[in-house]
Design a protein around this ligand. Structure first.
Ligand SMILES: *Cc1c(COP(=O)(O)O)cnc(C)c1O
Length: 575
């Protein structure tokens, strides 16, 4: 890409400008493993959205921050737990700087923003552009040069400035580049400031506005905005003080009007997005219901998340699927025919995935896994509501179960640097791995990221998830597991409420609408492991194989990002 000359770049951009009419904004996008522009599920979803838009030729341009220092690289120390390092990556290798800049006025000085262009190309050659916004420019004050370095960096002012850059910087750059867009898709509330620029574009003529009446034509803005919310709890929403907002951007909008749409006491980014988007989506049915209760009066749709099957199928499974159904990536619905696959084919693919994963575990931790032992995987953001310690609530019971029917457990996950509870959980998990030595083989893999996720969701036998309902908005790692014939054992929350058919596609821990305590859910988890999961694994191989195929045929055929994006295109973009 470095070879791009001015002429090639000009033609490429011209082509994008002429056919693209939708912009998708996300604070993080997992574009590819070498680019540290994501932290977890939200970014993975955005990345899978890029891949599906390219496959389906949906005319979308993506906007995110360059995040040169990434989220963080996690080092694991047996005593200290998680140690965080900046995770620098070099944009010049895969992206090209565009010859365009805009300035925002923040704290009375201009902050210049320049985009880098990354182009994702589908297997059929369709190109989908991603703009990565960068404030690290000579023109800027030294402090402002760091604003796009650290994904979810520390401090309210830093976050507010980042969100101003994403929303306002992004929409103004698109305008400067000549894009004419009819839809702006806000992936989570972080990008909601773009609506403020739209409010200014759609002001009523001053002579028509009588005192006390609205000055902005909100209906025009709503027509252009689509919002996907990912946060099922009040405390999870980004909020800023109006004092800070007015200090940073005093002249941006009429704050009295802003309070009407974003909350009277503090600037709530979710409420701003809900008020100004004409189409709001929750990421699973259960999550849409929770959002309606949290924000009464808003219509919330439910297009359930999906994963990109081309990225998340292990190469062995991808080859197998391709041999049966050459068009399976474009139309993963065809996986509904997974019962056509033979037990032997599915087992061989799984064995290859498990062997590759074992190599990774050994290389990263020195722990050797036994390919014949039932292997449980648990990897996700380490934070309170995901209850990473639940599986270990009763170590005696766990070891008693494993003494008759052996288990191995592989763990991974980062905790946000400010999340003390999450970091404490990592330290405890590391202690447990040592305590259990000789009884249950456990390994904690450092620096959970896309690459580790790929190996892990395909290389274990059972994928465990134990969130506190209703806190798991959707969850997507279980979808990736199912695609690879790895069977889900999970609390009924988020997407699993829709996907679980007990004993057919996987197993539930607890019932629906069951906000169970950790102890109760742990008891149910142990019981199911001991009486159902492990006996099937060790004594009923053909039944196990049948469930692997049912995971593929009854889950992966539906919970994929091609289905998700066809629905967004027809229901949200074409309103
Ligand atoms: C898929 C994925 C996630 C999201 O998993 P959840 O089940 O939603 O927690 C997070 N991080 C990485 C690296 C992933 O690949």
């Amino acid at each position: 890409m470095l070879e791009w000359t001015g002429k090639i770049m000009h033609d490429l951009l011209e082509n994008f400008v002429s056919r693209i009419n939708i912009a998708y904004f996300s604070m993080e996008i997992a574009i590819r493993p070498e680019m540290q522009t994501y932290s977890g599920g939200l970014g993975i979803l955005a990345g899978d959205t890029v891949r599906s838009c390219a496959d389906l030729e949906i005319p979308v341009i993506f906007v995110t921050l360059i995040s040169r220092a990434g989220y963080f690289r996690q080092e694991i120390d047996a005593e200290k737990g998680q140690i965080e390092h900046p995770d620098w990556w070099d944009p010049t290798v895969l992206c090209a700087p565009l010859d365009a800049m805009v300035a925002l006025r923040i704290e009375q000085r201009p902050v210049w923003i320049r985009p880098w262009l990354y182009i994702h190309t589908s297997p059929h050659g369709h190109k989908t552009p991603v703009l990565l916004l960068d404030s690290d420019l000579d023109q800027n004050d030294p402090a402002d040069r760091e604003l796009t370095h650290y994904l979810y960096g520390d401090g309210e002012a830093y976050r507010l400035k980042q969100e101003l850059i994403l929303g306002l910087g992004g929409i103004r750059l698109l305008q400067a580049l000549g894009f004419y867009l009819h839809t702006y898709h806000l992936n989570e509330g972080h990008a909601a400031f773009l609506t403020l620029d739209l409010l200014n574009r759609y002001r009523f003529p001053p002579e028509d506005v009588r005192p006390g009446e609205p000055i902005y034509d909100v209906a025009e803005v709503r027509e252009r905005c689509v919002f996907t919310t990912h946060t099922p709890v009040e405390a999870g929403h980004d909020r800023f003080s109006y004092d800070l907002f007015e200090k940073l951007v005093p002249d941006l909008v009429d704050v009295g009007e802003l309070k009407r749409v974003a909350g009277a006491d503090s600037l709530n980014m979710t409420q701003l997005a809900l008020s100004l988007a004409g189409y709001t989506n929750g990421v699973a049915r259960r999550h849409a219901e929770t959002t309606r209760l949290m924000f009464p009066g808003f219509r919330v749709h439910a297009i359930t998340n999906g994963v990109h099957v081309g990225l998340w199928a292990h190469p062995a499974f991808a080859r197998l699927f391709c041999s049966y159904w050459p068009h399976w990536i474009h139309e993963p619905e065809i996986l509904v025919r997974a019962l056509q696959l033979s037990d032997q084919e599915v087992s061989e693919c799984h064995r290859a995935a498990k062997a590759g994963f074992s190599d990774m575990v050994r290389a990263l931790t020195g722990v050797s896994l036994d390919p014949n032992i039932a292997t449980l995987g648990f990897a996700r953001r380490m934070t309170g509501y995901k209850r990473p310690l639940l599986l270990f609530s009763d170590v005696e019971r766990l070891t008693a179960i494993a003494s008759k029917q052996p288990i191995q457990i592989v763990l991974a996950g980062k905790a946000h640097p400010k999340d003390e509870e999450g970091k404490q959980a990592i330290r405890r998990l590391l202690q447990l791995t040592q305590e259990l030595h000789g009884r249950v083989t456990c390994a904690f893999l450092p620096n959970y990221d896309m690459r580790i996720a790929q190996a892990m969701i395909s290389g274990v036998d059972v994928w465990v998830n134990t969130p506190q309902p209703p806190m798991e908005a959707s969850g997507t790692s279980g979808m990736k597991a199912a695609l690879n014939g790895v069977i889900n054992l999970s609390v009924l929350d988020g997407w699993w409420v829709e996907a679980c058919v007990e004993g057919v596609t996987g197993w539930a821990i607890g019932g629906e609408d069951d906000a169970g305590s950790a102890d109760r859910h742990a008891g149910l988890l142990y019981e199911k492991l001991e009486r159902v999961v492990l006996p099937l694994f060790y004594a009923e191989r053909s039944q196990w194989c049948a469930m692997m195929k049912q995971s593929i045929g009854n889950i992966a055929y539906y919970f994929n990002s091609q289905r998700m994006m066809r629905r967004y295109a027809s229901e949200a973009y074409l309103r």
